[in-house]
Design a protein around this ligand. Sequence first.
Ligand SMILES: [Zn+2]
Length: 89
Amino acid sequence: MECESCGMPMATNSEHGGSDPTNTWCVHCCRDDGAHLTFDEKVAGTMEWLMSEGCTKAGFPRATDAREARARAESLLLMRPYWKTHGPK
Ligand SMILES: [Zn+2]
């Protein structure tokens, strides 16, 4: 099963938000109690990742500034099934 928010494969219970295997979102897209993050919170977290080394390690070019990171974060998230229906209009 893949996270509906970011597409990360969730192989073990601990990769599901709140370690709940019925949660359709991964641990990175949820608060500790398993509650979903908002679109703005996901954009902020994805921007941070795009500007970090984790991004280059995952094989993506690192964003050079916040403006580029925001544009890429929004387009990445809006490709996911969840945000297609729940994203900003
Ligand atoms: Zn996720």
